[in-house]
Write a protein that binds this ligand. Structure first.
Ligand code: ATP
Ligand code: MG
Length: 558
């Protein structure tokens, strides 16, 4: 999880250090990552994963993976599977089996009954609208429900009938009896249990009453012996309820020997990326409405999208380290994420040549049928990466953008009547242009200087060095170039909503590209294609149809 020896400290580490110094929790550190399986994980979750698993690792503690699965209608096994895969890919190693809040439905139900017995919860049989109306708002105190004084006996009986399926969805809820006047809305007799007659992905049809998140979370943490329960700042106002729940159930759980530790909740700022959205609900909308091809579309800020785009797990962890952990919210520049992967690939990706928009160059003085194997280093600074051979033949492809009929001296590429060097090869000259009926350039005819391999021609200076591939001995491939998915810095605040800020040109397909032959096109092969950026072979890439995604350009482009 941690790649650097120096882990930057943060306020949560300081809290843990203090707890350990005071001998709290018998010196144990147990954290958890608690996703709801209602979508794929995104880059914001990566921050939470790195934090929770990273803390467990550096304090020789444990981190649990626990699905917070209390909303069966929005959740699915597909999401469960994708989340496990993403956490694992990022390097998170959870302790023991994967856990589910639904593993605790029996004990959660017992805890609910216990609160009723203590006079701390009651069944409310008003409609959802009535309950909402009585809740008041920030300016208006709430009103007590007419059922607030229902006896524990009656509430227990009603709760059993709710569980037995005697009521319809929404006909009754269990509420905590706290304080309808509280300035904290979460403390105004929050709902603890509701009726949902839907099949659950883990428990099937065993239950038709489901606990609410705010009730489930503290108890699940307590049952698992979580010492430090870390969540994002929007849960700060929920902390009093978290503590209230445990304060009143601590004795009960301890009595049943079910309280290994008394957990504490701490909040940190969410990660937000500019020109991006990090909300599962919005990402789901992009997928459902087919603005992208799926959750793992390389334009998506999901972990699976970034992986498909070519990001390495190490680069995402590095990015999370750079972002750090604090309580101050901020929007992180996408450039920082891009810098993290660029750094990684600059060191670790072998170089290769790929021509995105091929234009044929015929060298008339190259002997017909003759092939020469040129040797190229796989990395300019790292000899241990070895070399490969690139066959050179009479016809080669260069990029259309590397040729102009006329240009001033600043154009360091091929110009009619002038010379340029083919990378790792010879100096070539453009002599004639062949056009089609529409006047478009379809071919260049020229020559090469056989005396220029690895040395400069005497008395002449080629304009520059360009990349190329042999025409018949290269492989056809497709290359996808990506631009940002949103044109606005803050799509959430865009006029017309985030969908209105979608960049219509976020994907460019180079369907006629050609890549040099002696490199792997197997999925996840990564390269710097010289002068074009860093690329990764897509999971759909095959020998018959190689497909590359541009992970990031060579330089910051925004
Ligand atoms: P979303 O708003 O995208 O649905 P969520 O908070 O509802 O996110 P959960 O599945 O509940 O998603 O999140 C699991 C964990 O990841 C939680 O502890 C949550 O606080 C954390 N998390 C979610 N989004 C971010 C983020 N942008 N930055 C940091 N942590 C996050
Ligand atoms: Mg959530």
């Amino acid at each position: 999880m941690t790649d650097s020896i120096e882990v930057p400290t943060n306020f949560i580490r300081q809290i843990i250090d203090r707890d350990l110094a005071e001998g709290k929790n018998e010196g144990k550190v147990v954290t958890r990552f608690p996703p709801e399986p209602n979508g794929y994980l995104h880059i914001g979750h990566a921050k939470s994963i790195c934090l929770n698993f990273g803390l467990a690792e550096s304090y020789q503690g444990l981190c649990h993976l626990r699905f917070d699965d209390t909303n069966p209608e929005k959740e699915s096994e597909e999401y469960v599977r994708s989340i496990m895969e993403d956490v694992q890919w990022l390097g998170g190693q959870w302790d023991g089996e994967v856990r589910y809040a639904s593993d605790y439905f029996d004990i959660l139900y017992d805890c609910a009954l216990e609160l009723v017995r203590q006079g701390l919860a009651y069944v409310d049989t008003q409609s959802a609208e009535q309950i909402a109306e009585q809740r008041g708002d920030f300016k208006r105190p709430g009103q007590n429900s007419p059922h607030r004084e229902r006896s524990a006996e009656d509430s227990l009986a009603l709760m059993e009938r709710m569980r037995a399926g005697e009521f319809d969805d929404g006909a009754a809820v269990l509420r905590a009896r706290i304080d309808m006047q509280s300035p904290n809305m979460n403390m105004r007799d929050p709902v603890l249990y509701r009726i949902r007659k839907v099949t659950h992905h883990q428990t099937g049809d065993r239950w038709c009453v489901y606990p609410m998140y705010d009730f489930t979370h503290p108890i699940s943490d307590a049952l698992e012996g979580i010492t430090h329960s870390l969540c994002t700042l929007e849960f700060e106002d929920h902390r009093p309820l978290y503590d209230w729940t445990l304060d009143h159930l601590e004795g009960y759980l301890r009595g049943r020997d079910l309280l290994p530790a008394r957990p504490r909740q701490y909040e940190f700022a969410r990660l937000n990326l500019n020109a991006s959205v990090t909300s599962k609900r919005k990402l789901k909308q992009l997928v459902d409405e087919r603005h992208v091809e799926g959750w793992d579309d390389p334009r998506m800020p999901t972990i699976s999208g970034l992986r498909r785009r070519g990001y390495t797990a190490a680069s995402i962890r590095r990015f999370c380290d750079m972002v750090g952990v604090s309580r101050a919210g901020s929007i992180v520049d996408m450039g920082m994420l891009e810098a993290a992967i660029r750094d990684d690939l600059n060191t670790n990706a072998p170089r290769a040549m790929c021509v995105l928009r091929p234009l044929k160059l015929v060298l008339r003085n190259w002997p017909e049928g003759h092939v020469e194997q040129l040797v190229a280093p796989n990395h300019p600074q790292d000899e241990s990466m070895g070399t490969r051979s690139i066959p050179m033949e009479r016809e080669v492809f260069i990029d259309r953008e590397d040729f102009l009929e006329e240009a001033n001296k600043k154009f360091k590429r091929l110009v009619l009547g002038d010379e340029v060097r083919l990378r790792y090869g010879y100096v070539v000259k453009a002599e004639e242009i062949v056009r089609d009926a529409d006047g478009e350039i379809i071919e260049i005819i020229g020559s090469y200087d056989p005396d220029t391999l690895g040395k400069n021609p005497e008395g002449r200076k080629p304009r520059g060095v360009i990349h190329w591939v042999p025409a018949t001995l290269s492989r056809a491939c497709s290359v996808r170039l990506y631009d940002r998915l949103f044109t606005e810095e803050n799509p959430d605040k865009a006029e017309g909503g985030f969908l209105a800020a979608i960049n219509p040109a976020s994907l460019t397909l180079c369907a006629e590209a050609r890549v040099e032959p002696n490199i792997s096109v197997a999925p996840e092969s990564r390269f710097q294609f010289e002068r074009e950026g860093y690329f990764c072979a897509d999971p759909d890439s095959t020998d018959a149809a190689p497909l590359f995604n541009r992970t990031v350009g060579l330089r910051e482009s925004f």
